[in-house]
Design a protein around this ligand. Structure first.
Ligand SMILES: NC(=O)c1ccc[n+]([C@@H]2O[C@H](COP(=O)([O-])OP(=O)(O)OC[C@H]3O[C@@H](n4cnc5c(N)ncnc54)[C@H](OP(=O)(O)O)[C@@H]3O)[C@@H](O)[C@H]2O)c1
Length: 374
């Protein structure tokens, strides 16, 4: 069987290594994609340093941009394209892929179902497109599934959501998930969006739909947020919907527990980080216990977000990556995250540098992207 190189973790907190993996031919409804660009994300760090949901050796990465090189039986939408870097008719794709080693992103070929890919719209570079898949899907899935705010697609012109004027708090608006969440909510008519981020990102986040921005480093921020909202009638929660895009026990969950009141729905991106990864200090620590992570007021509904189950919604399985994601990107409804290209002589060097930058917390309002196939 032919093989190709993949970047793998070999042990918790160990340096990444290259391993040759079998190049899998696509089965029914699957395609094989040559991975040209990927992004390194916090999950890669949770896996490499924290061993989160990992069996070593584990291929990292779940976002790809590349070229379709082989299609299985029953593939209808995608076709094999040329191997040059020029964009051809339907072969340049981007997608969120995660379920098995053969699908993961930090390897030269990924083999996965065609419904995990969309075509990269004209005029969008693959390195910009690859900032979307995992976190655009996370934003859309979380809004619909966990916050239960409808995003009817295609978006009817006369649609006015029930919660168009209800305060919705996006904690961590400058994170990749936060940026896509704001842009998606704005497009669907949600017009009272509060967010937290470093001050330098406030103007960008306002252009993405935030109506009010707060600096999360101000320890008084829960009070500032609550004071910015008029008192409600009947003692209803001031902020009925909260999305925690950070999932940090002290950095986001604790302040959110001061804001959430009876009737507030809080969705927290898992895992909750109890202790961050460090270069030489103790290992990171995580929990999935959203209820036990803070002293929530009675009547607050807290859920943990798990995007890996987004395809349980059959409409999302069929449409989210193949059509909604490319349409919203192509029409300029969502702008890709700002991206920083991580250079290096080899794929291994690029992967290691990106992971090191994440560990050193050198990421602010941007995605770290790097070339996979040389
Ligand atoms: N469970 C799931 O399904 C799922 C899916 C996707 C992501 N996630 C998790 O969600 C988290 C975020 O992912 P991401 O890729 O969006 O992250 P990211 O883009 O790498 O996040 C970086 C941003 O976080 C902001 N930040 C850091 N600490 C903060 C705090 N205490 N309050 C507010 N903002 C803070 C920084 O803001 P400033 O630059 O403004 O300072 C920075 O811009 C990760 O832990 C990831 O693993 C989970």
């Amino acid at each position: 069987m032919p093989t190709h190189p993949a970047v793998v973790t070999v042990a918790p907190r160990a340096a990444l290594e290259i391993m040759q993996l079998p190049t899998m031919a696509p089965a029914n409804a699957e395609v094989r994609v040559r991975v040209e660009w990927t992004a390194s994300t916090p999950l890669d760090l949770h896996q490499a340093d924290g061993g989160l949901l990992v069996h070593h050796p584990q291929v990292l990465g779940d976002g790809v941009a590349g070229t379709v090189v082989e299609v299985g039986e029953g593939v209808e939408r995608l076709a094999v394209g040329d191997k040059s870097l020029t964009i051809s008719k339907s072969s340049k794709v981007f997608g969120f892929v995660w379920r098995a080693q053969k699908e993961k992103a930090h390897q030269v070929y990924t083999t996965a179902p065609e419904n995990l890919f969309g075509k990269i719209p004209k005029g969008i570079s693959p390195e910009a497109a690859v900032t979307l898949p995992n976190n655009f899907v996370t934003a859309y899935h979380t809004i619909v599934t966990d916050l239960q705010l409808p995003l009817p697609w295609p978006h009817p012109d006369d649609h006015q959501p029930e919660h168009a004027n209800t305060p919705i708090l996006i904690w961590g608006g400058s994170s990749s998930v936060g940026q896509y969440t704001l842009q998606v909510l704005k497009y669907f008519g949600y017009g009272n969006l509060l967010t937290t981020a470093s001050e330098k990102h406030h103007d960008l986040l306002k252009s993405f739909g935030a109506t009010r921005c707060f600096d999360y480093r101000n320890s008084n921020v829960p009070k500032l947020i609550l004071d910015s909202i008029p008192d409600t009638k009947d003692g209803k929660a001031k902020v009925p919907f909260i999305l925690d895009c950070i999932g940090s026990k002290d950095g986001s969950v604790a302040p959110l527990a001061q804001i959430a009141e009876k009737g507030t729905k809080v969705a927290i991106l898992l895992p909750i980080i109890i202790r961050d990864a460090t270069e030489n200090g103790p290992a990171p620590e995580y929990t999935f216990d959203v209820q036990g992570s803070a002293d929530w007021a009675d009547g607050v509904e807290v859920v943990g977000v798990r995007t890996h189950f987004y395809a349980d919604n059959s409409f999302h399985a069929e449409h989210l990556q193949p059509s909604i994601m490319p349409a919203m990107l192509g029409q300029g409804i969502v702008k890709p995250n700002r991206h920083r290209i991580i250079e290096g002589a080899t794929m291994l060097e690029r992967a290691q540098r990106a992971l090191d930058a994440l560990r050193r917390k050198e990421v602010s309002g941007e995605r770290l992207v790097w070339r996979v196939a040389d």
